[in-house]
Structure formats: C-alpha cells, structure tokens
Design a protein around this ligand. Structure first.
Ligand code: GTP
Ligand code: MG
Length: 207
C-alpha cells in the first residue's frame, strides 16, 4: 500500500473531541515505551510525526494522524497513551484508562487495534489481560511485536511462541501477528499490507 502523505491531524482527550468517524481508522496501543509512536513514524516514513521519547508516558492524548488526505481514500492512524506506566499519579492513570476504554469500545470507525508487545520479554500479564479485554468487547486486534533489532533470533522465536501460547489459553485462534523493528524498518510492508487488506474487506462489507 502506498502512503503518499501523512500528517498530524488532532489530539483529543475525550471520544467526543475525536474527528468525525467518517474514515477507516487503526489504533496503536501497548505498554508505555513499547514503541507505538516510533512504529507509526516507521510506517509512514517520517522521523518525528508522532512524538517519541526514551521516558515512558510521552503520549497522553488520543492522537489522530491522517494518511493520504488528498487521495481518494484517506484513513487515520491513532497513537494512544501506553498502559502499565507505574510512575504517574493514580488519578491521572485512571483518566487515561477511562479515555482509552471509551475510545476503544465506542469508536465506530475503528477497524482494528494493533496491540504492541516488546519482543524482548516473556509474556507479560498486563498485555495478555489487555487482549482479553479487547476480546470481551468483541474488538478485532492484531499483535505487533516491537524492537526486534534489540534481541537475538532464538530469543525472539521463544518469546513470540510463548506469547502465542499464553493468548491461546483465552482465544481459540491466534490473531494475526507481526514482527517489527522501527529502527531497521522490519515488518513495514507486511503490516501495511495487513492494514490495506482490512480496509478492503471493510469497504466490501459496507457496500
Ligand atoms: P509512550 O508514548 O511513552 O507510551 O511510548 P511509546 O510506546 O510511544 O514508545 P516510543 O515510540 O516513544 O519509543 C520508546 C523508546 O523506544 C524510544 O527511545 C525509541 O527510540 C525506542 N524504540 C522504539 N521502537 C524501537 C525499535 O524498533 N528499536 C529500537 N532499538 N528502539 C526502539
Ligand atoms: Mg508514544
């Protein structure tokens, strides 16, 4: 899929402030610092469109980016705040969680949520629980393993397979999953193809 243009569109702290739900949209979520903003930049081939930081908790709002704004079929990528970041006040964390949950459960043009998982770690309870929650809400999701450049192939294989097994305790089928590195641009084509296929399928069904 060709990305002809990509730019920041809007930040929102409430679902009601989000752009009109008139274009297909994909959300990116995962633990704080997992690499959501970096992955979005990698996908659109821009260095600093989504703000990244070595300090967790950088993204605090629902950030919409518009892709191919001038083309026939524009769509949105959405950068969400990370979960599981311990070093913020409970009230603040509660606010993020409420905002994210409302967005995920009610956003009508959200086609699929990409759940990012750091491939360097063994399955983390918080990631599995998040996927289970999406499942309970009946929301389609895919897994995107990040930071593949930082781990050896053997360990990657072990962690991916352990994560799949952990998910399969709750789901009958493994969702689509991708191995990526924002640093090395690994997985870019596969992921863009997947997003494109989901949009084509959605278009067919909405006819
Ligand atoms: P929050 O918005 O704070 O929740 O973080 P985030 O998930 O958006 O992560 P972000 O993209 O800001 O990246 C966090 C850190 O990880 C930064 O220092 C990035 O440079 C680094 N990083 C992200 N992706 C990769 C990757 O694929 N490889 C390597 N080596 N570093 C990465
Ligand atoms: Mg971020």
């Amino acid at each position: 899929m060709q990305i002809k243009s990509a730019e920041f569109f809007k930040s929102s702290s409430l679902l009601s402030q989000c752009p009109a739900p008139d274009k297909p949209e994909f959300a990116f979520i995962g633990r704080s610092n997992v690499g959501k903003s970096s992955l979005i930049n990698m996908l659109v081939n821009k260095k600093n469109m989504a703000k990244t930081s070595a300090t967790p908790g950088k993204t605090r709002l629902i950030n919409h980016f518009i892709i191919n704004a001038e083309e026939k079929r524009p769509w949105y990528l959405v950068d969400l705040p990370g979960y599981g970041y311990a070093k913020i006040a409970k009230t603040e964390r509660g606010k993020w969680e409420k905002m994210t949950e409302e967005y995920l459960s009610k956003r009508e043009n959200l086609l699929c949520t990409m759940v990012l998982v750091d491939v360097r770690h063994e399955p983390q309870k918080i990631d599995i629980e998040f996927c289970v929650r999406l499942g309970e809400l009946g929301l389609p999701f895919a897994i995107v393993f990040t930071k593949a450049d930082k781990e050896k192939p053997k360990a990657i294989e072990r962690n991916v397979s352990a994560f799949c097994n952990a998910l399969l305790e709750y789901f009958s089928d493994m969702p689509n999953y991708f191995l990526t590195s924002a640093e090395k641009k690994t997985g870019r084509e596969d992921l863009l193809n997947f997003l494109n296929n989901v949009m084509m399928e959605w278009k067919k069904q909405s006819k």
